[in-house]
Design a protein. Sequence first.
Length: 248
Amino acid sequence: MSLDKNLFQQLSNKLLAALPASDYQRLVPHLKFVSLEVPQMLYQAGEPITHVYFADKSMVSIVTTMEDGSTAEVGIVSNEGMVGIPVILGNKATTTTSFVQISGAGMQMNADVFRAEFNRGGAIQTLLLRYVQAIYSELSQTAACNRLHTLEERLARWLLTVSERLESEDFPLTQEFIAQMLGVRRSGVTVAASTLSRAGMISYHRGHINILNREDLEATSCECYRVIQNEFARLLGMMPSKRSEKFF
């Protein structure tokens, strides 16, 4: 169904909520609520991106797939952002694949219409360019993290990021899926998760993870979690579990 303009103040997608009301209202006729279900594919590598998505109560993984079929997550998108960045960068195709990792809702918009809105300039373009910069910083930091930090530190960072994006301490994730997203063997995730569990930081049961001690989990995580979080806050005014401030 179409998105009622009166829902502006209740939006949980922080990127849309950061827009000035006048710019947002111009998007309203082109936005519609959609159900995003695991493992729904939003776009595949090499194929044209026909729609962009603004996650609400859901989370989407952006992954790279190698020739042997192995995968590694290069980004996650929840209510802080959008899926389909290549649309505003001059190309509808990309080498990554996007699929729903945690079911929920979202807003969908035609890619051509969205590109036209971006090309108008103004607040929408400024906001999206800041978002792209935040994503670039996240990718750069994550690349360094994957090379320099232990699996335990990386798992703590990833769980904190997921929790922050979903604004929840409890979420469904299997160890097999976490291994795919971190680009490591499941046995490694099992050991790292067991360490965090024994320390009382998390509990894991039948595909559900619950963060029990966030302070200790943050202390266990590498500095990359804070670097990425602070960069999103600096560029977009987005803080965890809070409605983003309008910065225009």
